[in-house]
Design a protein around this ligand. Sequence first.
Ligand code: NDP
Length: 244
Amino acid sequence: MIEDDSVALVTGASSGIGAETAVQLAEAGADVALAARREGRLREVADRVEATGSEALVVPADVSERDEVVRMVADTVDELGGLDVLVNNAGVMLLEAVADADPSNWRTMIEVNLIGLMNATKEALPHLREGGHVINVSSVAGRVAGETSSGYSATKFGVNAFTEGLRQEEADNGLRTTLIEPGFVETELADHIPDEDIQDHTEEMLAEMDVLQPADIARAIVYATDQPEHVSVNELMVRPTGQG
Ligand code: NDP
């Protein structure tokens, strides 16, 4: 359950799903630490969090850098007095066909989407209070791979595997884990696709559909978080109705 003294740390909180999740967790009563690289954007989200009456902490961090992840968690615990919910949401989607791929883009995706999430989880574990919760934002691409998503899907399949292993290891300790698997959501994610044709194709596909908004996924995250302690919502896949 989200209580008035709950503390959440949301990565990738500077835009899209992370920003909305931070605001909705705050509306539900949690104080929220906001992590990402763009400090100015985090400050704008912090204003929205504070407007709900909850406390906001801006913790600029690149989750692909282990020392920054360590500091991110430590600053959250020190400044907000503890930690109850970690939302590992930071991610990049650099879609490319294998034959054309720049391997450094694979490395970036693995380091942000997977290693960053693993490090944040490991650092958070000793601090999570009773009823603690780790929410990992995966994707439909974490269940089904497709053309041009091989590298991205490899990271999200990894997120799913890591989350299930963690669930089994920590169930006896009362840790709750949730995998969130969104379909198409209107965010800045597609802006960084390096291949112009794939980016155009993705944007056309999104334009044809009544896609999800970040708030739709944030609601799923708040639903999973705001359950009694004996209820662990392990997996939620949320697609736009029109996504085949
Ligand atoms: P956005 O691009 O809007 O948000 C991505 C967030 O990740 C930003 O806040 C960005 O902040 C942060 N981020 C990226 N790289 C780093 C880094 N190295 N260190 C810290 N933060 C980083 O896209 P979404 O909101 O869509 O993405 C959120 C999550 O949702 C991702 O994990 C994505 O894979 C997943 N998802 C999205 C879907 C969609 O259709 N949009 C579908 C399925 C899953 P900054 O640049 O300031 O660092």
